[in-house]
Design a protein around this ligand. Structure first.
Ligand code: FKS
Ligand code: ZN
Length: 343
């Protein structure tokens, strides 16, 4: 299987993540990509290619233009204010405040465009987010032209990014941009299957009222797990989109047999929908040793479900999302991809 990667993703290297009341080294770190690349080579998965640079192509089809401009200028504006640390949101238009006015003040706008506080911004964040998006587009074009599977080694991840909000380590919604790109290329029905441990709230929000992009997510129960405020089973879509959002919230400690049942159910629904393209939001934070998650998949389970995905028989774009057991992230990601190739 072909992989798409560019070193520009590594321009994202914030030094702080607000975690447990402390600023820690971010879980979503550049080493994740290094280790996955090393494993791709060691396992001879296939060629690694650079994506074409496409500027803002694809971004404004999904994201709000004022949000994009905010992200593009955030670092320089923050520097101009003379702060010592990285931008971290600290106030939001919470339930008792007004959410219909965008403040002029930078701290005010930071909260307006953020959905959580763990995601600090650094100098290269915007360029890395564009590179990550270009990787997703290149992997999608590869699959549209040649069928089979392709892997986008995206970083930063995308599935928490909503139309005008960043958070959960995400800025641009790579999977949503890829799906819209496929639609614009004439693919009638696209399915996004989100197997990251966390609910893909951004992807869900973006397609919630649409019947041309089906979104299915298997994740930790939001009553107990990030992002807490979306991802319940009763969220099924609205208007024309009713029935085109599927959520499988699962309990902490969920093991592979139970997780696999949810996957089989989701794949059956994707087949019944008549999807012509499958985009997998591939997070391997379902791994038992993941430091911030609570499912119990083992490395060989990733190979097994890679084969299951292949047997769905659809052209398939894999886009990297989460996974924080850094030592094992390469093995787990490549197991899914080689499981698919062997399936
Ligand atoms: C720790 C609470 C959880 C944020 C978790 C973000 C998960 C991100 C992800 C992505 F794929 F987007 F990277 N903090 N104090 O894995 O879903
Ligand atoms: Zn995750």
């Amino acid at each position: 299987m072909l992989t798409f990667h560019t070193a520009d993703t590594q321009l994202r290297h914030p030094r702080s993540e607000l975690h447990g009341g402390q600023l820690v080294t971010p879980f979503e770190c550049p080493e994740r990509v290094e280790i996955i690349l090393a494993r791709i080579h060691a396992a001879a998965l296939g060629e690694v290619r650079e994506p074409e640079r496409r500027g803002l192509d694809g971004v404004l089809e999904i994201h709000d233009s004022a949000y994009v401009e905010f992200l593009e200028t955030l670092w320089e504006n923050w520097q101009a204010e003379g702060h010592g640390g990285e931008p971290i949101p600290s106030i939001w238009p919470a339930r008792t405040l007004r959410g219909d006015r965008i403040p002029e003040n930078l701290e005010g706008r930071l909260g307006y465009y953020a959905l959580a506080a763990e995601t600090s911004v650094c100098a290269g964040t915007f360029r890395a987010a564009l590179a990550s998006k270009d990787i997703a587009l290149a992997a999608t074009d590869q699959v549209l032209a040649h069928g089979g599977g392709a892997f986008g080694l995206c970083r930063p991840p995308g599935h928490h990014a909503a139309r005008d909000q960043f958070g959960g380590y995400c800025f641009f919604n790579n999977a949503a941009i890829a799906a819209q790109h496929a639609r614009d290329q004439g693919v009638a029905r696209v399915a996004i299957l989100d197997v990251d441990f966390h609910h893909g709230n951004g992807t869900q929000e973006i397609f919630y009222d649409r019947d041309d992009v089906l979104f299915a997510s298997i994740h930790g129960d939001p009553a107990l797990e990030f992002p807490y405020y979306l991802g319940y089973a009763d969220e099924t879509g609205s208007g024309r989109g009713e029935g085109f959002t599927l959520n499988y919230p699962l309990a902490p400690g969920t093991d592979y047999p139970r997780w696999r049942q949810a996957l089989e159910d989701a794949l059956a629904r994707i087949q019944a929908f008549g999807a012509e393209l499958l985009i997998v939001s591939l997070g391997v934070d379902t791994f038992a040793q993941d430091p911030i998650s609570s499912f119990t998949l083992a490395s060989e389970d990733f190979s097994d479900y890679g084969g299951l995905l292949k047997r769905a028989g659809l052209p398939t774009v894999f886009l990297l999302e989460g996974g924080y057991a850094v030592e094992e992230i390469g093995v787990n990601v490549v197991n899914v991809l080689s499981g698919f190739d062997a399936g």
